[in-house]
Design a protein around this ligand. Sequence first.
Ligand SMILES: C[S@@+](CC[C@H](N)C(=O)[O-])C[C@H]1O[C@@H](n2cnc3c(N)ncnc32)[C@H](O)[C@@H]1O
Length: 207
Amino acid sequence: MNLPFMDIFKDWAKDYDTTVEGHDEQYHEVFIGYEQMLDEVALHVEGTVLEFGVGTGNLSSRILKGHPLIAIEPSPEMRQIAVEKLGIEVLEGDFLRYPKLSHVDTIVSSYAFHHLTDSEKATAIGRYVEDWEHPKFVLLDTMFESPAARQDIIDWATAKGYSDLVEDLNREYYPFTSTIRSMLEANGYNVTMTQKNKFVWLVIATK
Ligand SMILES: C[S@@+](CC[C@H](N)C(=O)[O-])C[C@H]1O[C@@H](n2cnc3c(N)ncnc32)[C@H](O)[C@@H]1O
């Protein structure tokens, strides 16, 4: 597998849980309310859940309390931490490379879907719809309402001197809210989108 962001997670894995706890000033605002957001995501999933980009397993541990979970994570370093934390198998794979699964009710992901380009996001959604006949989507991720809103955040982070965050914002494929909505609606979904902090939106899509 040759995914573009694996080097970041190779280095970040050991400190990732410290970052999400808000101890890294640059990413503090990105992760404000992280624990509560994951609690909320877990409340919305239904039936058998397929989670992509489980990272260190913080959302997975919540889902496992009430649902069968298939957990997928491409980074070996993140996967190792998740396996130790969760005590379940975490499969090697990614949004576009996953095992043949007979039944999935909900696709869930937190802080990960932006690793796909918009074209790849559309491909992934189309495949899940075909593979599992319109599963529910529960997606938590950074998104922007408009190019101006995106630029305002980049200007804010630049003024704060948050150079790593600015680099992320310019490098990764954070979508516009309208793009995600259109992709899901084009596949027949009803979509609700709620902003959770300066960066993060919760998307729930049901057929
Ligand atoms: C910021 S972490 C989020 C981890 C966890 N979901 C959370 O909420 O804390 C992003 C995760 O997505 C994974 N990732 C990167 N590219 C991916 C891809 N193409 N498909 C699936 N996961 C990917 C990374 O390895 C990493 O574990």
